[in-house]
Each structure stands twice: as C-alpha cells, then as structure tokens.
Ligand binder design. Structure first.
Ligand code: ATP
Ligand code: MG
Length: 559
C-alpha cells in the first residue's frame, strides 16, 4: 500500500543539503542568500532563485539573507534597491536580519586584497586592457605571464595603496590574483580583483575610487555572512574554482559551498535585466512594471498573485541542465489560482445596445447572482435588469457562422443570471453598422428554462442604467517569437507582438466593479481574468488589465 507523499519533490540541491545536515556539516545549520545586483528590476527568473533560496532556508529551519551585490556603481541605483526589496516581500519571503550590502564589506574586502598581496598572491597590473586581452590567451591557447607579474610585494602594496588614494587614472591599473596564466579555465588566468572607478557609489558615496570585482566580492561576502550553501546559476560553474581559490588563499571566517542550478528560461519572453532595460529605455514598454514585462512588478500589476508565481517555481523544479519552460505553464499557474479564487463579474468590452421593448422604462429589477459558481462562501453580487442593456458586439451576428449559439435576428439567447431575450429588430446607422437591437424578454425565464423550446446560448450583459464605464487593456504576450533573442539576424526588438496591448475604451462593467481593488483579480465572465490597474487606480476612469485569457489560445494545435 502506498501513502501519498506530502513532502515537496526532491531535487539534487535538497539531497545535498539533507546529507550535509544529517552529517552535522556547518553544525547542522543551513544559511542561504539571495544576492541580486541592483541594476534593474527582478524578473521571473529571479523568482525561481528567490523561491529556491528562501524556500530551502525555511524547509531546513535556517536563514536566508537578502544581499545586494553592489560592485558596479555605474549601473546601480537606490530605485532598483527599493523595487527589489518590495518584490521579495511581495513574493512572501522574509530575509534574516537587516538587508546586507556587499558594499558594506568594502573595508574588509580591501583588507583581504592586501592580505593576498602580502602572501604573494596578487599583483598590480599596468598593462592596458587590450594588452591584457592579448596576454590572456584563448580557449585553446594558454595565456602568457604579464611583465608586471613579478613585482615585489612592497611595490604591489605601494601601488595598490596609491590606487586607493586616487593617484592613478581610471583604467590605468588593476589588481589581479596571481593564479595560473596557463590554466585551462580562463577564469583562473590571473583574474582582475580590483579596478579603479572614479564614480560615486549609491551606498558608500565618494569613499572609494577602487571597487572589487564580482568574483572576489561574492565568495568573501558569503564567507563573512556564514552562508553554508551558496546557490547560483550554471554560468557560475566555471567560476567555482576561483570562488574556492580565493577562500582557500585567505583566512576567511568560513568556506561556503557553491552549488549551481539551471537558470529559468521562458519562451515568448526575455529574462535578462540588460535586455529588459533596453525595452524600458527605448519605450517599447511603459516601464519596468509594464504588465507585459516578465518582471515581478509587471506580473503583479498584470494580476499575477504571488502564490501563483511560487507554485510555478515549485512546478518547474530545479535541475542541472538548461532548458526552456513554456510560457503556457506560467499562464496555467495563474489561471489555476484565479479559477478557484477570483470572483466572477460581467463586463461588456465592446458594447452593443439592447432595448427590451416589453419592459417598462422606469422599472429596475435587482438580481442576485453568485460571486463564484463553485464556491458559495464567496457570496452573491447584485446586478440590475432594466429596459436598456448592453451585450457584446461579438455576441450578435447578422450572418451567423456555423454553430453560432448567440444572438441573431429572430433568435433567442439567455442573459447570464437573468432572462431569455429575443431579438425582434436590428437597427443600423447610415454606414450599415449595427447600433441597436430591439428585443423582448420572456418574463417566465428567470432561473427557469423557457417553455416548449430550447435556448442554448448564454451571453454576458450589463444594465445600461447602472453599468460603470471602464477602460480595458487587453494584454498579451510581449513577443510573437518563441525565442525572441534566439536569432542572430533579428533583434528581439523586432519581434515585439504588435497586439501585446490593445486598449478598449467605453467598456461597460457591472456596478460592483466600481469597488475593484488593485491585485484583486476578477473573472470577467466569458472574457478572461482581469485586475484593476495599480497605477491608474486613483484615476476617474476604472482601468482594468487583462491578466490572462480563459483558455490558452497560444497552445500549438497538435495532431
Ligand atoms: P540578469 O542576467 O537578468 O541580469 P543576473 O544573474 O545578472 O541576471 P543577478 O541580480 O546577479 O542577476 O541575480 C541574482 C540571483 O538570481 C543570482 O543568484 C542569479 O543566479 C539568479 N538568477 C538570475 N537570473 C536567473 C534565472 N533566469 N533563473 C534562475 N535564477 C536566476
Ligand atoms: Mg549578474
């Protein structure tokens, strides 16, 4: 007999940590960190790393730090820092203690660099960047030692001190680790560990004009914080020997273990901050939180819930081989959540006026309909039946296509949660556009089937009298190409989906939607899932964003 397994599916990182904990490594403790560089907003790929790092910490009763890896002051900013903090919080995670900054270790890092020089393991390089590149060799050819490699320890200490004091121009010198110019791993060919950058830093102001490089900073920051498992993406695999070399060379408080996993790639979008920034800078989108962006802020404004993103991250798993996840899976995760949890409402996107000829002009009936067909606990909502109504233009056809079940001239349809109506006459403007339907209602059909005939179609509708006006932004995937960045000849900017945003004005929403709140999505019956736009929440006009369609219209038709 088998019992259902309630523990989360295991993956290789869980296996490593479980073993470490059971063997009492690191005193049986687990400490992870999420180390973003504040040079852009976080995207869905970062969500995978966040869920993994914070998730592991909580599973093993450990801690997870949030540390800004801020070693490139030119590209970083406080704006990105606050966006990243709020994204991590919104995803539902809590970092241990205060926020950390690699920049708050600049003093210590400088001390460690001096230690390396004193050990004869680092030297000041005076070759130009171009010369250094020539000396570095290639994947197939070893590099050559720099003529400055054998400077004395004293000379190196003096030059490094003067670099720090600002005596030299930017680009004229760097500090390099002395490792092995003939290593098969190019990262080990005397990597640069400090460079001169005469720029202000968002955290340390003008305290420094030399800044440590990522590879030197990251491992030491991990060690200072007592991180046990330093989880990162696969591109750092070839940097691991350097991570270990630095920590072996120095007397750091600990030596964390770096473990790499495959980054998340998602089709029909881009997960690179640099390229997302290009979309922002070139005004292809309205900002980092444009609802089409795969950023956490964009997804949030689009109507994604944090639990749907966490579920998605659990669903895609953690592996050691790169692959691409179908956007359909992310959309599935939000549909699945909203199908269960979003209240239903009616909103007519492209209104067509309907006049009920046999209904009195001054009458109004209040109808109670369920907020969710499968969840009574969500209660009921009130809508109104009046003489003038709106249905969607798409729900009426003069020349119906085959199997059309909605309204036609002389035909009947049920208004959802209300009566059956019959179309008696079609009014048109001078150009032949249908502008109004003259209908009658059958008063014996409220909550009842009509007598002696079948009415198959059900359409959504609103009362013209009590509906509220809305603008609806129909968002779709940002790119038409599955791999927007996969073609060397075509820029990702040229495969932007021209229909990724279609704005509908003059939409008519049921009155309850006047109370809609950002981040509280609705299912607009028969149309999809929608949420009040967070940015325009205080404007006079209700603005809704389409989160996702009811069904996957992008799925490849197979068979
Ligand atoms: P980008 O290429 O988008 O700038 P990055 O790796 O440079 O991403 P960081 O801010 O350095 O961005 O990333 C912080 C953490 O998030 C790192 O540990 C990184 O490995 C992880 N991460 C970044 N992108 C992804 C991704 N697509 N999937 C999983 N983890 C990711
Ligand atoms: Mg990076």
């Amino acid at each position: 007999m088998s019992t259902p397994d309630k523990t989360p599916p295991s993956h290789f990182i869980r296996q490593i940590i479980t073993k470490d904990v059971s063997e009492g490594k690191n005193g049986g403790q687990v400490a992870t960190r999420f180390p973003p560089e504040p040079n852009g907003f976080l995207h869905i790929g970062h969500a995978k790393s966040i869920c993994l790092n914070f998730g592991l910490a909580s599973e093993y009763d450990g801690t997870c730090n949030l540390r800004f890896d801020d070693t490139n002051p030119e590209k970083e900013s406080d704006e990105y820092i606050s966006a990243i903090k709020s994204d991590v919080e919104w995803l539902g995670f809590e970092w241990a203690g205060d926020i950390r900054y690699a920049s708050s270790y600049f003093d210590k890092l400088h001390g460690y660099a001096v230690q390396l020089i004193e050990k004869g393991l680092a030297y000041v390089e005076s070759l130009t960047a171009d010369e250094m590149r020539e000396y570095r060799g290639t994947l197939t050819e070893p590099g050559k030692n720099s003529p400055y490699r054998d400077r004395s320890i004293d000379e190196n200490l003096d030059l490094f001190a003067r670099m720090k004091a600002g005596e030299f121009d930017q680009g004229s010198m760097v500090l390099r680790a002395k490792i092995d110019m003939s290593s098969g791993n190019i990262n080990m060919r005397d990597p640069v560990i400090y460079r001169i950058l005469k720029v202000e830093h968002h955290q340390t102001g003008s305290d420094w004009c030399i800044y440590p490089m990522y590879d030197f900073t990251h491992c030491i920051s991990d060690a200072i914080e007592g991180i046990t498992h330093s989880v990162c993406t696969l591109e750092f695999e070839a940097h691991r020997p350097l991570y270990d070399w630095v920590l072996d060379a120095l007397e750091t408080p600990s030596h964390p273990q770096q473990i790499e996993f495959a980054r998340l790639n998602l089709n029909y979008t881009i997960t690179s901050k640099r390229k997302l920034k290009q979309l922002v800078d070139e005004n292809v989108v309205s900002g980092w939180d444009d609802p089409r962006m795969p950023t956490i802020a964009g997804l949030r404004r689009r109507g994604y819930t944090s639990s749907s993103i966490r579920n998605f991250c659990e669903m895609i798993g953690v592996t050691k081989s790169d692959g691409t996840v179908d956007m359909g899976m992310l959309e599935f995760s939000i549909r699945d959540d909203l199908d269960k949890n979003a209240p239903r409402a009616m909103c007519v996107l492209q209104p067509l006026k309907v006049v009920i000829e046999n209904y009195p002009a001054d009458a109004r009936e209040t109808l109670s309909v369920s907020a969710h067909p499968k969840n009574e606990a969500m209660g009921v909502r009130e809508i109104h039946f009046t003489k003038e109504l709106y249905i969607d233009q798409n729900d009426f056809a003069e020349v119906p296509p085959p199997k059309f079940k909605r309204l036609i001239e002389g035909g009947e349809v049920r208004l959802r949660g209300s009566y059956v109506i019959k179309c008696n006459e079609v009014l048109k403007d001078a150009d032949g556009n249908v502008i109004e339907l003259r209908c009658s209602y059958d008063e014996n059909t409220l909550g009842k089937k009509p007598e002696g005939r079948k009415v198959k179609g059900v359409v959504h509708w609103v009362s013209a009298e009590t509906a509220v006006d809305a603008e609806v932004r129909m968002y779709d995937r940002l790119f038409t190409s599955e791999n927007p960045d996969g073609d060397k000849e075509v820029s990702f900017l040229d495969v932007v989906n021209p229909e990724s945003l279609v704005v509908l004005q003059g939409c008519k929403a049921e009155p309850g939607l006047a109370k809609a709140q950002p981040e509280k999505p609705y299912q607009f019956e028969r149309e999809g899932y929608f949420v009040l736009d967070g940015k325009d929440a205080s404007s006079d006009m209700l603005v809704f964003n389409r989160t996702v369609t009811l069904r996957d219209s992008w799925a490849k038709i197979s068979g």
